[in-house]
Design a protein around this ligand. Structure first.
Ligand code: 1CP
Length: 345
């Protein structure tokens, strides 16, 4: 009977339909700004346990849907589950973020993707449960990290603003670096296809550290690997739209646009007026400044109106330019959803 139901707004936008009111979801919509998340987090031993316990991950994914009625839910998990499934030690230091055992060139050959189906099976179970528990109009988004972004954490052992350790590794150990990117491409295809088969309806690739890639390496480090992932996912999970978020790509957004993904996510630094004319990707997504969501009031209203006007007539999904920040007042998120759903653009 599914074909008799009206298609979900999010999927209509991804097929290229310009809707009067765009669908809305927010990157990091589940997380620390929500009191109900903090309450669950306090009970768990650690963050990894939350990601790998289907009952908890399902509940956390549903929390922002219950509160705000977003058009899409994003699976509660983390991009660093892939390196963990490849055999790297991963832990989350409270208050400090993720930590991995730093990877050396000699460690690359030992990375194998054979354990992904078993080690990440709780994630696929969470997806199956969510397809039953989500409201019928809500689209379920699965995700993974882009190889470069994941490699930066694997090599440095933590996040860093300039990805210096990974950049130096790529220059000093080019063979090991290429092998690492290749393993991550294949592992990410496996992981995303398994998410789609479990019930994820859309897949997002996070290239959160696109800004740290020198221009001459964009093709080898990021655009090429993402092209191979999109191709691999389309071959094995046809019909599941793929969205790419190359945060901070600047003028290199044009290179990501040429991949021909189903949607391109714009950070808050991209001018929408310029993007509309230059970018050919079927659907665009973004790009509210997360600090306007913290500020609320006029700054929020003005920006929402500006974004809606600029994107009027274009297939578009409303989102932030990066994730919801911890200090964001929950009332502002509710205000945002009603502003986006107001009748006129
Ligand atoms: O409670 C806590 O201490 C954990 C904070 C937290 C949360 C809520 C982390 C640790 N990860 C997540 C969930 C998460 N991570 C989701 C799912 C839910 C949602 O979006 O609502 C997603 C999609 C991610 C993706 C992710 N993890 C990215 C890409 C998106 C982005 O923000 O750029 C990245 C870079 C990570 C790594 C990571 N995991 C956690 C943190 C704090 C970080 C960033 C650390 C750093 O760079 O220093």
């Amino acid at each position: 009977m599914a074909d008799l139901k009206k298609e979900k707004l999010m999927l209509r936008a991804l097929r290229g339909e310009a809707l009067a009111c765009p669908p809305i979801w927010l990157m990091r919509q589940a997380g620390r700004y929500l009191p109900e998340y903090r309450a669950l987090r306090a009970k768990a031993t650690n963050f990894l346990e939350l990601c790998l316990a289907p009952d908890l991950a399902e509940e956390i994914t549903l929390q922002p849907i219950r509160r705000f009625g977003f058009d899409a839910a994003i699976l509660f998990a983390d991009i660093l589950l892939v390196p963990s499934a490849l055999g790297r030690k991963l832990w989350f230091q409270d208050g400090e973020g993720p930590r991995l055992e730093p990877l050396a060139a000699r460690d690359v050959a030992a990375l194998t993707r054979s354990a992904i189906p078993e080690r990440l099976s709780p994630v696929f179970e969470t997806i199956k449960r969510l397809r039953k528990s989500l409201p019928v109009e809500t689209t379920l988004i699965g995700f993974g990290g882009a190889p470069w972004t994941v490699a930066t954490y694997m090599i440095a052992g933590a996040g860093s603003d300039d990805s210096g350790a990974a950049r130096l590794f790529a220059l000093q150990e080019p063979k090991a670096f290429a092998a690492l990117i290749n393993v991550l491409v294949d592992a990410t295809v496996d992981y995303l296809v398994a998410q789609a088969r479990a019930g994820a309806e859309v897949l997002q690739l996070f290239e959160s550290w696109a800004a740290t890639i020198p221009a001459e390496s964009i093709a080898a480090f990021s655009v090429g690997p993402l092209e191979r992932i999109v191709e691999g996912v389309r071959a094995k999970a046809p019909g599941v739209p793929v969205m790419i978020f190359p945060r901070g790509a600047g003028t290199n957004y044009l290179r990501y646009d040429a991949i021909g993904a189903d949607a391109l996510s714009l950070d808050a630094h991209v001018s929408l007026e310029a993007a509309v004319g230059m970018l050919k990707t079927r659907c665009l997504q973004g790009n509210l400044d997360p600090f306007r969501l913290i500020a609320g009031g006029k700054p929020l209203e003005e920006s929402v109106r500006h974004i809606r006007r600029a994107m009027n007539g274009r297939a578009f999904i409303f989102n932030l330019g990066h994730g919801v920040r911890q200090e964001t007042p929950v009332e502002h998120v509710a205000q945002l959803v009603s502003l986006v759903r107001e009748a006129a653009a």
